[in-house]
Design a protein around this ligand. Structure first.
Ligand SMILES: [Zn+2]
Length: 339
């Protein structure tokens, strides 16, 4: 594998390296795990090692023509789906892999590699495939030409047809440890010690998420604003709370709503942890002073009841059309500081 490109996931890196070293490759690999966990990075690194002309022991050399082509994103024997646009963002028309794309893969798979021994296909978010895509893809998986290696990514194996999963070596990636992420964020992405510690804590094992936050500081600023707003809401009147619920309902933005609920849950869970004397386990480590104050301001029983309400309402919101009513309840039941 390309040295240094993959952070963590040592067992998976080793398994793939051993496959290359002993020439025991499977025709298809399925990388499963949460979003931004490093599935595609690992698959690309594997592809680079497969295509490298000077590699030793399953590791890519990082210098040969093939490695340079991989690093510049222009290797003719590495085919990425969905393709990326000029900014490197995935180019997903209507969000699904379509049958004609699968037909293209089947056609390309039959052609011999242009540079070396293999042709590597990386199909990201394979679960977002139209059923006709999956059926066409199965054709390639049933009778793969010997030079073809398919890499698929998906959130978990149950998101794909069992007939596809059974033809793949499944690599279930686990969330990265906080320390591993903290070190990598400082050493490789130039984060400050403070930034690295906070992002590693908030990322829940998904390094890609943390790296994205470094590139665009807005989400972190947005998070601070939303948390300040939450403090204010917990101290405001019923009228103000209901007005907030109405504003949220009117925005009709499910993604933002669930992001907000996840943030609220992380905050109230932290208050509960602080009340239990476990301040060091809190997620929002940049706000420990505020959390310590909140721990004294609210009754533990109210906080615990509200965490249950949050979880219940969140589940309800995923299945209901009556967002307004659910949000009214959610806002009215938020704990108030005891006198
Ligand atoms: Zn190389």
């Amino acid at each position: 594998m390309a040295e240094g490109s993959v952070v963590g996931h040592r067992w998976a890196v080793q398994l793939l390296q051993n496959g290359i070293r002993h020439d025991r490759l499977r025709h298809a690999y399925l990388f499963v795990g949460a979003a931004q966990l490093g599935k595609s990075t690992l698959a690309r690194s594997f592809a680079q090692s497969l295509l490298c002309k000077e590699g030793v022991d399953g590791r890519a050399c990082a210098n040969c023509r093939s490695c340079r082509l991989m690093q510049s994103g222009g290797h003719p024997d590495f085919i990425l789906l969905p393709p990326t646009d000029r900014e490197g963002q995935p180019d997903r028309e209507n969000g699904l892999h379509r049958a004609e794309q699968a037909a293209d893969i089947v056609r390309q798979a039959l052609l011999h590699p242009m540079e070396g021994r293999y042709k590597v296909f990386l199909i990201q978010d394979a679960h977002r495939a139209h059923v006709s895509f999956a059926n066409k893809l199965l054709k390639t998986l049933e009778e793969p030409p010997p030079h073809v290696v398919l890499c698929l990514t998906a959130p978990d194996r149950s998101a794909l047809l069992p007939t596809i999963v059974s033809r793949c070596q499944v690599l279930a990636l686990r969330p990265l440890g906080e320390q591993v992420m903290e070190d990598a964020l400082q050493a490789r992405w130039g984060a400050s010690a403070q930034q690295a510690a906070l992002l590693a804590r908030l990322a829940e094992g998904c390094l890609g998420w943390a790296v994205d936050q470094l590139d665009q500081p807005e989400p972190l600023a947005e998070r601070s604003e939303r948390l300040a707003e939450l403090q204010e809401l917990s101290r405001s009147s019923r009228v103000a709370r209901l007005a907030f619920a109405q504003k949220l309902t009117a925005a009709r933005n499910q993604t933002r709503l669930f992001t907000l609920l996840a943030l609220w849950t992380s905050w109230w869970r932290d208050v509960m942890l602080a009340q239990a004397g476990c301040l060091e386990q809190c997620a929002n480590i940049d706000l420990l002073d505020t959390l310590a104050d909140a721990a004294g301001d609210f009754r533990p029983v109210d906080v615990q009841a509200y965490l249950r309400t949050l979880s219940r309402i969140e589940g309800y919101l995923r299945h209901t059309v009556n967002t307004g009513l659910a949000l009214d309840v959610l806002l009215l039941q938020m704990p108030r500081p005891h006198a």
